[in-house]
Design a protein around this ligand. Structure first.
Ligand SMILES: Nc1ncnc2c1ncn2[C@@H]1O[C@H](COP(=O)(O)OP(=O)(O)O)[C@@H](O)[C@H]1O
Ligand SMILES: [Mg+2]
Length: 200
């Protein structure tokens, strides 16, 4: 949970840093495009968003690459052509995981798909806790489990369950543009950790 939320927030963060950003909505539910519409209605047009589905993600993304400094792809979590196509073109994949058993237990099957993709092309895969409790045993156990999994790097920068994430989404705003300092700090910590891992 939180795939679209993180995709749009990373797109906004990169755009705010002056990057030319493309957000590809690869999920039939088109939530990322809906968010972008909310944002446009506010008069903010700081990144380009398009919908690409299924294998078109694989064929079109390389053509778009020269035009943008950063491309973010939002895909659904099920094993679809779109998910596999996105894994085939991305450098890094971030999987947000709610620290609840059904969500955590779904990760190994995702990593099985990643392993299949890796036989064709390398891609870094990261997990992070999203909509986590402020403290508590569920977080600890989920974090330990995710950190124990091979083939993925667990980023110890959990995003806590905070109302701000839902409010900003409905308003077409990024968390960096909102007044919840804790949510903002958690997102920035995650972004830094992701960048640190990516530049190693
Ligand atoms: N850290 C969080 N705290 C509270 N609500 C969150 C958080 N992350 C996401 N949400 C909310 O959860 C819902 C689902 O998030 P979304 O990003 O659309 O999930 P996905 O794309 O993985 O299906 C949205 O209403 C979103 O605002
Ligand atoms: Mg989504």
């Amino acid at each position: 949970m939180g795939k679209t939320t993180l995709a749009v927030n990373f797109a906004i963060a990169a755009a705010r840093a002056g990057r030319e950003v493309l957000l590809i909505d690869g999920d039939e539910q088109a939530t990322a495009l809906t968010f972008t519409e909310f944002r446009s209605e506010r008069g903010v047009h700081d990144f380009t968003a398009i919908a690409l589905h299924g294998r078109a993600i694989r064929s079109q993304t390389p053509l778009l690459l020269p035009k943008y400094s950063d491309i973010f792809i939002d895909v659904g979590g099920r094993d679809t052509d779109g998910l596999r196509a996105a894994l085939l073109v991305c450098d890094a994949c971030l999987i947000p995981v709610r620290p609840r058993n059904p969500d955590v237990w779904a990760i190994p099957s995702m990593l099985t798909i990643v392993e299949e993709i890796r036989s064709i092309r390398e891609c870094s895969v990261f997990t992070v806790l999203n909509a986590a409790d402020a403290t508590g045993q569920d977080n600890v156990e989920a974090a330990q489990y995710l950190a124990s999994l091979g083939g993925t790097t667990y980023l110890a920068s959990p995003l806590v369950n905070r109302k701000a994430w839902n409010s900003t989404f409905a308003d077409g705003l990024g968390i960096l543009e909102y007044s919840d300092a804790k949510a903002k700090a958690e997102f920035i910590a995650l972004a830094h950790q992701l960048i640190d891992c990516r530049v190693q």
